[in-house]
Structures are given as structure tokens and as C-alpha cells.
Design a protein around this ligand. Structure first.
Ligand SMILES: [Zn+2]
Length: 302
């Protein structure tokens, strides 16, 4: 009851202030033309549990790409530029080895190595930049610092993944849906991750978020995937047919959780698009692969 009241309060508040074009807040629920967010509430409850805040609110409304059919495993190599930003040349200055390991994690997780469906994507390191800039290192979503950083550092075209390694501004990371490319702020396209989430970079999130799967999750958004808890137990959910519904983000790895008992399947705690700990994640599904491939063909393929 407490939860329902708070979610509804968030919904009412969000509907009273329509999302601005292009930029908006993080955890999104798209319902027809109306977009609302309950991420603030979710993040507050995470903070109350002493958990790391995963993502900020993003007021960007995702758009659907035309459906093309079944997923295939044809390799789609994604040129990947990694931008390491530090305040002083020391803090957050992740090693080339951590960056290579991060690319390997992306290849393995998108390749179905740990389970699930091989999505057909792999990632080729196209370049590394290193910048000392305290404002950019601490850039929060939607700020002038984020805009400046991305206008300056972004490389490649719509097909290129730009991975910004910063403080995360208090979060593990964030990403924009590919429909950002249709706006005047296309330069925002890309993924921001907290440097401590890269493999071998730090012990700060040991046992929780230190295996590099934050980048996997964010690249899922970059390829137009919603969270598995999108839409809670409702009829639309995450718009993916083969991910069971769940009412809220998962923390840890509560195998067997079933928060939508009226719906088929247990909560998809092993899915990269949930909020579980890294070690709990093992899969994308075939329908998620198809959605990502549709997004690739519609927005990113040359
Ligand atoms: Zn997310």
C-alpha cells in the first residue's frame, strides 16, 4: 500500500510536468504519449538500504524502431571509443588493461558467453582519450559540463559507442536511448559509467558492481532496451515478450523472487537489464537481441 501510494504520487507529479523534448529523466515508463518516471522513489529506497545509486533520472522518451523480425547472430562490430576523464590525472585514471577487460566483458556478455541469446554485437576498441578536467569528471546528467564534455570528446558516427569513464556523479552510470540521435542534442549519444565499475579498476564495489556489467547494462539502453522492471506487472512491461514481468528493480541476487505472481515466470534477476549485482547477471533474451538489432538497423547502421 505504501509503495502504491508513492508510485502514484510520482506519476501524478510527472504527468503535471510534461517531459521536455530530448532530455529527461532516467527510469522511464512510456505509456502512449505520456511519459512518467518513478526512478526518484526507487533511488531513494535504494539509498535508504545503503545501496549504490544506479542511475539518475533521464527525461528522454524512447521511441520504437520498426520491427524487422527474428534476431540473428550476424556479427555487428561496434567501434568503441573510451574517454577516461579524471580530476587530477590520478583519480579514476583507469589502466589500459582495465579498458581492454571492459571491452572483453562487453563481447562476452553480448555474445551469450554466460547464458541467454548471443545478440550479434561485439565491440572493437577504436580509441582511448585521456582528459584532466574536474568539472567533466563530476559532470551530472543534463548539466553544462556533460554537454561540454560530450561536444568535445565524442568520436565517430551514429554507429560508434562513446564510453565516458567519469565519477558517475554519484551513480553507476547512465545512457541515452538511440532516439537522441533524432534531436538537436545528438552529441549526447553514448554511455557514462562510474570508473569504479570497470573490471580491475577499484575495490569500492567488490562483490556488487565491479565486474564491468554496468557498461553492459548501459549499452543495452544505448541499443534501446528498457529495464526488465519497466511497467511493473502491467500489460506492456518492457515491451519484450520473453522477459517475465517484475514490479521493482532487483538488488543482490534473490533467485526465485516472483514479484508478479499473476504473471508467468519468475523475476528476471539474471537479465542484464535488471538492477541485480554483477555476479547475478547472465543473459539477454532472444527478444531483447531482436529489439537491439532493430534499433541498430534503424538508428545506427550506416
Ligand atoms: Zn538502466
Amino acid at each position: 500500500m505504501f509503495l502504491a501510494v508513492l508510485v502514484m504520487a510520482g506519476l501524478t507529479a510527472a504527468l503535471a510536468s510534461p517531459a521536455s523534448a530530448g532530455i529527461s529523466r532516467g527510469w522511464e515508463h512510456v505509456c502512449g504519449e505520456q511519459t512518467f518516471s518513478v526512478l526518484s522513489f526507487l533511488e531513494m529506497s535504494s539509498a535508504a538500504r545503503g545501496e549504490q545509486l544506479r542511475e539518475p533520472e533521464l527525461e528522454q522518451a524512447a521511441k520504437e524502431a520498426p520491427r524487422r523480425g527474428k534476431p540473428d547472430r550476424t556479427a555487428r562490430a561496434v567501434p568503441t571509443y573510451v574517454h577516461v576523464v579524471t580530476p587530477d590525472g590520478v583519480v579514476g585514471s583507469v589502466s589500459a588493461r582495465s579498458i581492454r577487460e571492459q571491452l572483453t566483458v562487453l563481447d562476452l556478455t553480448f555474445g551469450g558467453f554466460y547464458g541467454g541469446f548471443p545478440t550479434g554485437f561485439d565491440f572493437a576498441l577504436a580509441g582511448i582519450t585521456r582528459t584532466v578536467n574536474a568539472a567533466w569528471f563530476n559532470a551530472a546528467i543534463g548539466t553544462a559540463a556533460e554537454h561540454d564534455m560530450k561536444r568535445t570528446l565524442r568520436r565517430g558516427g551514429d554507429e560508434s559507442l562513446n564510453l565516458y569513464v567519469t565519477s558517475g556523479a554519484g551513480y553507476l552510470g547512465w545512457a541515452y536511448f538511440p532516439s537522441i540521435l533524432d534531436t538537436s542534442q545528438a552529441y549526447l549519444d553514448g554511455v557514462v559509467v562510474n570508473w569504479k565499475t570497470l573490471p580491475g579498476a577499484s575495490d569500492a564495489y567488490a562483490g556488487r558492481y565491479d565486474l564491468g556489467y554496468t557498461s553492459t547494462h548501459e549499452v543495452g539502453h544505448w541499443l534501446n532496451l528498457f529495464h526488465t522492471f519497466e511497467g511493473a506487472c502491467g500489460p506492456i512491461g518492457d515491451r519484450i515478450g520473453d522477459t517475465p514481468a517484475e514490479v521493482l528493480p532487483t538488488t543482490g541476487c534473490p533467485i526465485g523472487k516472483d514479484s508478479c505472481p499473476g504473471k508467468p515466470g519468475l523475476d528476471p534477476v539474471h537479465n542484464y537489464m535488471d538492477y541485480s549485482y554483477d555476479a547475478c547477471f547472465t543473459e539477454f533474451t532472444a527478444d531483447q537481441a531482436a529489439r537491439m538489432q532493430d534499433a541498430w538497423a534503424f538508428w545506427r547502421a550506416s
